[in-house]
Design a protein around this ligand. Sequence first.
Ligand code: NDP
Length: 338
Amino acid sequence: MEKILVTGATGFIASHLILQLLDRGYEVRGTARSTEKAGRLNEILSDYAGRKVEIEIVAADLGSDEGWGEAVKGVSYVHHVASPFPAETPKSADELIVPARDGALRVLKAAKAEGVKRVVLTSSFAAISYGWGDQRPDVLTEVHWSKPDRLDDNTAYTRSKTIAEKAAWDYVTGEGAGLELSVINPVAVFGPVMSEDVSSSLQLISQPLQGKLPAFPKLNFGVVDVRDVARAHIEAMVRPEANGERFICGGDLLWMEEVGDILREAFPDRKIPKGTLPSWLVRLFARVNPPLKQILPELGRKRAYSNEKLKSVLGIEPIPADEAVRASAESLIRVGAV
Ligand code: NDP
């Protein structure tokens, strides 16, 4: 049985990836930086899966060399999913950039030294669609790269994802030549959560469910279900033609107001906001609602993309966005997060 390493095992995407890998008959090891969270992981996975799940967990932090050698021991493939994804903007961009970039390099170097066949890296659509200003192509594809130095159209997080992915490609085309790399670039990831400790992307669902905003920011984003993101990682691992490629992992584009329509229809008892907030007001709200700061570069912008490669090379037909939104909301309610 081949052994697979999943970094950041406690996370939203990683949890689904772990269960799908187990379903496909692989043995899975995970890394976690928090022993407290790691201690609950098998219980959370078991509760969600409805069967006993017990994976091995190794302690490793992106900010330190410790643990990575042990983590990759005897594994055939690595999914490097861990990266800082805070709900709030940090004081310094380096708080995200340094662990994202140096952590990716630590994982790649350990994988190379161990003779791992391929690393699948979880990057982001953020590494494709930011920093273009007025020059942004109408339809973004995998040939496009964000420009992390244009600070007016980036956040610390979007910069961290671009810089980390670039460093990974530079490594495998230089010092790390011979190690295979495939990259997944997801848009906003929704779908079922397993615990109340939820990824930042779920704020786009939990905030309206909690009635935290009077109306919706003029925000447009691509949606993908976490179950498709997990599947994309596995297809990118097993398909020979995925080596050396990046894949935009996204389905339908939605306006935030449309998320509200889906939620209102599915949960008629909840008070879901209606209508659009003027962008100047969102900027004002962001002063007292820090998660909103992250979306300021998005206001009024539509970043359209092609998911052709996801379909044709990885064979994934994305779950419709309304289903992903509903699945998020139902699970957030079930685990008591909203
Ligand atoms: P989560 O916050 O649920 O998962 C992030 C994981 O990374 C957690 O396990 C976290 O550990 C770990 N991590 C963060 N910082 C460190 C560190 N310094 N050392 C070790 N581990 C660390 O988010 P997602 O599952 O949504 O995100 C997973 C990946 O997907 C990230 O790379 C993110 O950038 C990317 N992504 C996510 C999207 C989304 O919409 N959700 C969209 C596009 C990309 P801990 O649990 O201890 O905090």
